[in-house]
Design a binder for this molecule. Structure first.
Ligand SMILES: *Cc1c(COP(=O)(O)O)cnc(C)c1O
Length: 399
């Protein structure tokens, strides 16, 4: 019996070692990783540059506090500002905290302008923003809210892809629109460029802020540094986490300068956020992701994955109902229960993949994936479909 909270339906599988795209369990058995610890291990396992950055940081100061200057944090913040739309960065330890900072920043921006009545955020059904009290209210998933008291007020939910449903919710209390450009947990649903542009325009017409949750789809996963770049828009606030630390807990809220200007001493804080170890690793991750050609290669692999998924869908039309996602945040809606499929792939084919909402099998390989890895992974999925068909064709043994 485990001493841990029963909040996860855990497999007994434990990994001892990792190398690039591969993980090895306690018995030395090898697994192909198309899970990346939920889009976290962007550079795979045991990347030499990341390992040496963390070891070097461990020999220096582990922690001070954000009331002192943390040089690695200053450097990472400046590099993110130089590389993106943002002018200011707040570092966190997780995605939910990055979203909390994003929502607080939006509300405080209007409060400081004397528009205290503007606090409402329009979010979307099927979204996921984390598990804090604020972010479960933002996500609006009734399963995650149930039993935890009244939902934090100030969130309304529109339908993704339906601009009229958003317009209908805009009122005198609205301060921002919050959306994942590609919904991850909800079912790997990519928003269209048209819809993203419509949201930007709606924000401009009504003086609202556009907050994007790029915790899962950001940091090159879709083949651009940020997923919103595909639609050519500029957001006001973006929350990131997961890949930003490559496996070390780190997140960030990025904002335009005028939007973040009211967040003065006393308005927000985090003991660990942007700690020296985390930001040393974050800088090493950025070295790799911003290296010339890296993001283009991710884009190419995303296209290869999409092509191979189409081949799979053609070969198994009874199993693959729909292809979803963008780049290396991809999924297939399948005909058989996805949780069984995830277990089957893991236990019988040594492939780590994930489930997502709407019975979608989600693929989140490290960004260093090769086409050979993609072929190997989808070969395992095909073998699993074949096994399911063979089992269905065999009458159950008489007892
Ligand atoms: C994972 C995730 C979060 C929450 O991140 P945590 O680090 O688990 O708090 C928020 N938004 C999206 C889109 C995510 O995928």
């Amino acid at each position: 019996m485990s001493a841990l909270y029963g909040t996860y339906a855990r497999s007994e599988l434990a990994f001892e070692r990792g190398e690039g795209m591969r993980l090895f369990d306690q018995h030395g058995r090898e697994y192909l990783d198309f899970h990346s610890g939920v889009a976290v291990n962007a550079l795979g396992h045991g990347d030499a540059h990341l390992v040496s950055a963390l070891k070097a940081a461990a020999d220096k100061v582990w922690h001070t506090a954000n009331t002192f200057t943390i040089p690695e944090q200053e450097r990472l913040g400046q590099r993110l500002v130089d590389a993106t739309f943002a002018d200011a960065v707040f570092f966190t330890n997780s995605g939910a905290e990055a979203l909390e900072c994003a929502i607080k920043t939006a509300r405080h921006y209007f409060w400081a302008k004397g528009e205290q009545e503007r606090y409402e955020v329009i979010a979307f059904t099927g979204s996921f923003h984390g598990r804090t009290l604020g972010t479960i209210a933002a996500g609006g998933n009734p399963d995650y809210l149930q039993g935890f008291g009244p939902a934090a007020p100030g969130f309304k939910h529109a339908n993704p892809g339906d601009l009229d449903s958003v317009k209908a919710l805009v009122g005198p209390h609205t301060c921002a629109i919050l959306i994942e450009p590609v919904q991850g947990e909800g079912g790997v649903t990519a928003m269209t460029s048209e819809f993203m542009q419509g949201l930007r325009q709606l924000c401009d017409e009504n003086g609202l802020l556009l907050i994007l949750d790029e915790v899962q789809c950001g940091f090159a996963r879709t083949g651009r540094f940020f997923a919103f770049e595909w639609s050519g828009i500029t957001p006001d606030i973006v929350a990131v986490a997961k890949a930003i630390g490559g496996g070390f807990p780190l997140g960030a809220c990025l904002a335009k300068g005028d939007v973040a200007a009211s967040m003065v001493p006393g308005t927000h804080g985090s003991t660990y956020g942007g700690n020296p170890l985390a930001t040393a690793v974050g800088n090493a991750v950025l070295d790799r992701i911003l290296a010339p050609g890296f993001i283009n290669r991710v884009n190419e692999m995303g296209q290869r994955l999409s092509w191979h998924l189409q081949q799979l869908a053609q070969k198994y039309p009874d199993h693959v109902l729909e292809i979803r996602g963008k780049g290396l945040l991809a999924g297939i809606k399948i005909a058989t229960p996805v949780r069984d499929m995830v277990s089957r792939l893991r236990d019988d084919h040594q492939l780590l993949a994930m489930s997502a909402g709407d019975n979608v099998l989600r693929f989140l390989p490290p960004l260093i994936v090769s086409e050979a890895d993609i072929e190997e992974a989808l070969g395992k999925v095909a073998a699993a479909f074949d096994a399911i068909d063979a089992e269905a064709a065999t009458p159950p043994a008489a007892s």
